[in-house]
Design a protein around this ligand. Sequence first.
Ligand code: CU
Length: 188
Amino acid sequence: MMRKFLVLAFVLSIALGSLAVLGTVKAQSTVDITLYGGPVSSGASGTYGFGTTADNITSPGPTLTLHDGDVVTVTLHNTDTALSHSFQVCSANSDTATVFFNSAINPGTYVAPGGTGTVTFTVSDHTGNYYYICPVPGHNDLGMYGICNIEATIPEFPLALTSIFAVLAATGLVVFLARSKVKTVKVP
Ligand SMILES: [Cu+2]
């Protein structure tokens, strides 16, 4: 009986341990990014950019770091009083570059002056150093771009499996020690 329990506990520990290691889930996180886009805060004429607040708009804009698997929501406030602006993550600093993840806010129509637009997308398959830009033709050349680093996800060891594995391993150890003791007593 004790032997069966020990074997069962051992097998379960190995199985769950392997599952926990092999079945590493992607550490998916929800990321909310708020950006302000429009004329740069320095007042440099004809230069546009992005910022994390309405009064720190720079060119290039703040560097964004995303991770594979992230579910990202970008909200863009257009601080401009004259021009539409928008946001998209793309392969190069060009308004004809490949747009990643359907990340463009209001593609083709953009965000009107004084308006706010939003987009939610899932990051996948494009680990590397890329860009985000305002896709209104010519605006990236006026400074409306920033670096967007897309990093690989660090695998996450599932907590539930880790806990079960730890409990089973402890049980197995206790049973093993108890059984060793019994054995010792039995020895003539
Ligand atoms: Cu723009």
